[in-house]
Design a binder for this molecule. Sequence first.
Ligand SMILES: [Fe+2]
Ligand SMILES: [Fe+2]
Length: 195
Amino acid sequence: MGIETIMDMLEKELDIKRFQHSVNVMEVSQSLAEVYGADIEKARLAGILHDCAKNYKGDEARDYVEKIGYKADEIELLQPKLLHGIIGEHLARHIYGVTDEEVLGAIRWHTTGRAGMNLLEKIIYVADYIEPLRYFEGIEEMRKAAYEDLDRCIVLCSESTIKFVLNKGALLHSRTVETRNHSIMLIKERNEKSI
Ligand SMILES: [Fe+2]
Ligand SMILES: [Fe+2]
């Protein structure tokens, strides 16, 4: 199905704020795709759909992943909101008719990121943080970094999440830490090569 149809469906599915966030992520993803040479249609599709499972919470989320055979880890089971990327990928495939594996992967991993993200995954991860409706400490630096160095922006985004989670006293998912560490290693490797 076309992206217009998907947008109509999402507008009914999500609350107005979440839908506006999704439209913003779609637009920021497009502009990042233009800067970094990624596929623009894929970036728009993954951007608009990334939070399509945001309404799945608590037992509904836990039951959904069990039904599709995803083995949630302890932290995901205790904080089932973390599962909306996994569920989102499944909905994108089976409800919204997405077949492109890159788009599906970008939806799947946007919540925590992961070590070794591909370009589209990085773009969606970053766009989710810096879209215009977001406001928190350090956002201007993140917005600037997003267009200069995606990996450095990912370090800033994941560190911001880690600080937020620590301040709240909540459970921190190890994938967020892996996302940060991997991006730092990528930058280090790059710098060593350029010497
Ligand atoms: Fe999300
Ligand atoms: Fe989001």
